[in-house]
Design a protein around this ligand. Structure first.
Ligand SMILES: Cc1cc2nc3c(=O)[nH]c(=O)nc-3n(C[C@H](O)[C@H](O)[C@H](O)COP(=O)(O)OP(=O)(O)OC[C@H]3O[C@@H](n4cnc5c(N)ncnc54)[C@H](O)[C@@H]3O)c2cc1C
Length: 451
């Protein structure tokens, strides 16, 4: 029988969630063991852009020194091109008073490497590489028994807290008896193109005008990352030629960069799923980062949520004076509405940016008009996008504002109906009411998923 070792905390996963949680718990004085099987970062497409709340969280945890070194780049916000008039709508981070610093962008592999390098240097954190958690037992409520496999060798640990930070497909979640809701959404392809094709090198860009939005942002040095979203279709496989089709909506120099990249670079892609655990904690096991909730990366919030999860866990443990089971319940209550807001926003935004019905085109124009005409609207939307504001009511207020702006714009200048006469206002109101109702129903669905 394998020997059992006692340790206070075991963290399964050495990605962003695992590293920041290790740091947050180390700050409270816990002895932490991080277990990481190892990933091939060269082929893995994942988060590279951190919103200001994420950067501030990393600074608070003491990660800034290494993380912010070159080739990391500061990002000052987003610009959105509707494709039609090529005029950008700007959403700078500085609009939101809660943003105390700019965002940050860096290759995902380097982010992971730098976070792990920082925690490896700490005295009470041990990292076990090339090993994985293979079983979890909570039959004795005073602790969790965790089995770790390192090749053929098995080691048994007994801990007070197990953190599942093992990503969207989390095996630890399953070992802990927590179910999931999941649905496949898309495949995303990523390439590098020259950063000089960006109109401004310290902004991220969203190009509309194609079937799905295209994201481009600086990623350090002379490179920008471009990401293409190919919606899931059970009847056909996504492939790089889809990226060339989508790139028709890009400015000519960027399009040339994409053609060259598709022809010469190794393909990086990721299958995108919406995943939401049925509960965020069970006994002494807590899910952090993508293991808890994963959504479409259009809003670029995954890593920021990993950091928020870790900070909320730290604060809940401190507030419950180290009573871990009660702390997990408190943390679950504190984060579920933020997660519902984040999931709802990602889905609503993708619906609006991809929708091809006349009503959705009206709403798409409404959102761009709203951002163009209203500085309060830009501020409120930016706060939701960056997760600085996690209130569902704020999101619902934004839905109403956007739809109202779309309606007014359509009265002045109707969205063309293919071959048909101008839509009567009462029909438009009916169509927009249905869009609003569908979005609100989705919000209720997300709330159910995370509560
Ligand atoms: C295409 C794409 C673009 C994105 N863009 C952004 C963006 O711009 N900004 C943003 O904030 N987010 C973005 N995201 C989301 C972001 O990448 C994730 O939210 C984040 O990386 C999740 O980190 P994690 O540590 O929770 O999970 P992961 O990074 O998946 O790490 C999980 C770790 O657990 C390990 N593991 C697996 N099984 C076990 C086991 N049995 N035992 C122990 N360890 C195990 C794995 O090896 C892995 O290292 C994007 C995602 C995608 C796919």
């Amino acid at each position: 029988m394998a020997r059992t070792t006692d340790i206070e905390v075991v963290i399964g996963g050495g990605g962003v969630a695992g590293a920041v949680t290790a740091m947050a718990l180390h700050e409270l004085g816990y002895e932490v063991l991080v277990v990481e099987p190892g990933l091939n970062d060269d082929r893995r497409l994942a988060g590279e852009l951190l919103h200001p709340p994420g950067v501030a969280g990393l600074a608070e945890l003491g990660f800034s020194d290494l993380l912010m070194q070159e080739p990391a780049v500061a990002v000052n916000g987003f610009r959105i091109s509707s494709g039609a008039d090529e005029e950008f709508v700007s959403l700078p981070y500085e609009l939101v008073p809660a943003h105390r610093m700019p965002g940050l962008s860096l290759e995902h592999g380097l982010i992971r490497q730098r976070l792990m390098q920082t925690i490896r240097a700490l005295p009470r954190i041990t990292v076990v590489d090339k090993a994985r958690i293979v079983s979890v037992d909570q039959s004795d409520s005073s602790h969790v028994s965790v089995q770790i496999a390192d090749g053929d060798a098995l080691t048994q640990y007994r801990c007070r807290l197990l953190v599942a930070a093992d990503g969207a497909s989390s095996p630890i979640r399953k070992y802990a008896g927590i179910g999931v809701h999941s649905r496949r959404i898309a495949t995303i392809y990523g390439y590098r193109i020259p950063a000089e094709t960006l109109p401004d090198r310290d902004y991220g860009y969203v190009f509309l005008g194609s079937r799905t939005p295209i994201l481009v942002y600086p990623v350090g040095g002379n490179d920008a990352r471009i990401m293409f979203d190919v919606p899931y279709d059970a009847s056909r496989r996504a492939n790089p030629a889809d990226c060339l089709d989508l790139s028709a909506a890009l400015p000519p120099d960027m399009r040339r960069g994409v053609e060259h990249a598709v022809a010469t670079q190794n393909r990086m892609s990721a299958v995108i799923q919406e995943v939401s655990a049925e509960r965020l904690a069970n006994g002494r096991v807590v899910l952090i980062g993508d293991a808890a909730v994963t959504c479409h990366p259009l809003t670029a919030t995954g890593m920021t949520m990993c950091i928020t999860d870790a900070l909320l866990l730290r604060d809940a443990i401190a507030d419950q004076s180290g009573d871990l089971v009660r702390a997990l319940q408190l943390q679950q209550r504190r984060r579920r509405w933020r997660q519902a807001t984040r999931l709802s926003l990602a889905e609503a935004l993708r619906d609006v940016f991809c929708g091809d019905t006349p009503e959705m085109r009206v709403v798409r124009r409404g959102i761009l008009r709203y951002w163009r005409d209203s500085s309060a609207g830009r501020r409120a939307s930016m706060a939701l996008l960056s997760t600085a504001d996690g209130h569902l009511l704020a999101l619902i207020r934004e839905f109403f504002s956007v739809i109202f702006h779309g309606f007014l714009a359509d009265l002045r200048d109707p969205v063309e109906q293919a071959g048909g006469p101008r839509r009567a206002p009462h029909r438009l109101i009916g169509g927009l009411a249905r869009v609003l109702f569908r979005q609100l129903r989705q919000v209720v669905g997300k709330c159910r998923m995370v509560s």
